[in-house]
Design a protein around this ligand. Structure first.
Ligand SMILES: C[S@@+](CC[C@H](N)C(=O)[O-])C[C@H]1O[C@@H](n2cnc3c(N)ncnc32)[C@H](O)[C@@H]1O
Length: 282
């Protein structure tokens, strides 16, 4: 949703792209006249790619390796006119089998964006069955979560589940596969990724910090791909009297954009603007 992002943030002084990824939005923002773009990512390999792509902008691009929940510790030294969060996993991460995000190709069951902390294999092999089922139900919105968790626990009692192929096979064995339908492991993989990277906690912690850093008139733009993320953005903006909501309803990609990039299908964009400080009554 590059056009919409430019509409909200183009031409501003300092913008923090908290999910710089391969640098697509960042490049468009720099081309649209943003003075300084601080590009944050928790994945060092994404940051290396973005730095290479954006080298032509010299000092106007500043890469920062951090989680976006740590944003105020990393950019508190300057006035911020815009913040962008384009959430979730990047195509680059999905397409690298060794990162373990995808059920389409075999790889280690990892899913850690920054390769720190417990991996998806640690969760799948170590969580009690009930907790695993709840996680798959809540984060994956998977109605067959109990059947899947039970199959996982049966399989791991024979040998540890270490690869994406093993997990995808266990899910298919538990719930079957409809010809022409979506892959049955899709929701389970999504749930594990969200849990491994603590994606909802990260978002909930970072939005109030982002708002605090904004100058009056500064804007925060969130692109969510999951209804739970979108709900956090919607409720945080509504409840925060430091911002005015700019998108009554979330913006969604055009049919053309979805045709060109099917992964954009579920995207919802919300934006809010920092208002001037309200004077406390004496
Ligand atoms: C959808 S991609 C962003 C793509 C980017 N907008 C572009 O145009 O190339 C999301 C990126 O956010 C990063 N990310 C996800 N959660 C993060 C977090 N809590 N802190 C920092 N980066 C995060 C991921 O590593 C990934 O590179």
């Amino acid at each position: 949703m590059v056009r919409e992002v430019i509409g909200f943030l183009g031409g501003r002084g300092t913008v923090v792209d908290m999910t710089v990824g391969a640098g697509g939005h960042a490049e468009a923002l720099l081309e649209a006249g943003v003075g300084l773009l601080v590009g944050v990512d928790r994945d060092p390999s994404a940051l290396a790619l973005a730095s290479e792509r954006l080298a032509m902008f010299g000092q106007r691009f500043r890469p920062v390796h951090a989680r976006f929940s740590e944003i105020d510790a990393n950019v508190a030294d300057r006035a911020i006119d815009g913040v962008l969060l384009d959430l979730g996993v990047s195509s680059m991460q999905l397409d690298q089998p060794d990162r373990g995000f995808s059920y389409r190709e075999d790889g280690p069951l990892d899913m850690r964006m920054d390769r720190e902390g417990p991996s998806a294999a640690d969760l799948v092999n170590g969580m009690p069955q009930g907790e695993l089922a709840d996680l798959i139900f809540e984060f994956g919105q998977e109605p067959k979560s109990r059947r899947i968790a039970s199959a996982i626990v049966r399989a791991r009692s024979r040998s540890p589940i270490e690869t994406t192929d093993q997990l995808a096979g266990i899910v298919v064995g538990a719930v079957g596969r409809r010809p022409g339908g979506p892959h049955p492991a899709r929701r389970t993989f999504q749930a594990l990724r969200i849990a491994v990277n603590r994606e909802l906690e990260e978002l909930a912690a970072s939005l109030p910090q982002a708002v605090e850093l904004l100058t009056p008139g500064g804007r925060v733009v969130v692109i969510a791909y999951h209804s739970l993320e979108d709900r956090i953005a919607k409720q945080t903006f509504r409840a925060d009297d430091r911002v005015a909501v700019l998108t009554k309803r979330p913006l969604q990609p055009s049919e053309d954009e979805v045709r060109a990039n099917p992964r954009a299908r579920s995207a919802k964009l919300r934006a809010a603007e920092r208002v001037a400080k309200v004077q406390e009554a004496a």
